[in-house]
Design a protein. Structure first.
Length: 180
């Protein structure tokens, strides 16, 4: 029994090490800080399902809330953030900025579905778009964003699980006097 358990543990450790060494896809979204670009890391949304009540077989009050953990995003920027986007299979105008709400250690979507939320799609007239080397684009919103929590998201992506969660790039916009 001990031998079987130790063999199982050893194989699990080897599997974890092999997974860590697998080639990761190259990053596609960066943020400009001054003249330098820094990789933005995608965060997967989480879904919380509030069951509601079951009244004679009819479900009432059921809600789904999609949220991102953490009171604030790790990336802090000014009111006109500049991103470098290198689309792979999607188009540039598949990307959009969505403002999040904050509550008790998390940031959440105002509506259950991403497409139901108010968003600003990356397109001419709303963003300044510049060409970058290797088929990339530098995008900057033309109107300053109010202070708050936001995500940059690819609207054309497929959900990552059965609950409809998705990957997005979080950032915080601070008032100019609060920035260092």
């Amino acid at each position: 029994m001990k031998r079987l358990l130790s063999t199982l543990c050893l194989s699990l450790i080897m599997l974890v090490q092999m997974q860590a060494q697998m080639k990761q896809p190259p990053p596609t979204v960066f943020i400009f800080v001054g003249d330098s670009t820094f990789t933005m890391h995608a965060q997967t949304s989480q879904s919380e399902i509030k069951k509601g009540w079951d009244i004679q077989g009819i479900s009432v009050g059921r809600k789904i809330r999609r949220y991102f953990s953490g009171d604030k995003a790790h990336q802090v920027t000014g009111p006109q953030p500049r991103f470098a986007i290198y689309p792979t299979t999607q188009e540039l105008n598949d990307y959009a900025i969505v403002r999040l709400k904050r509550k008790r250690g998390c940031r959440y979507l105002p509506k259950t579905e991403l497409r139901d939320c108010e968003y600003t799609r990356v397109e001419l007239g709303l963003f300044r778009i510049e060409n970058l080397p290797q088929m990339g684009f530098a995008v900057t919103p033309l109107t300053p964003l109010p202070a708050g929590e936001y995500i940059l998201v690819d609207l054309s992506q497929q959900p990552v699980n059965a609950y409809g969660d998705f990957k997005a790039y979080g950032f915080s916009v601070e008032e100019p006097e609060n920035r260092k």
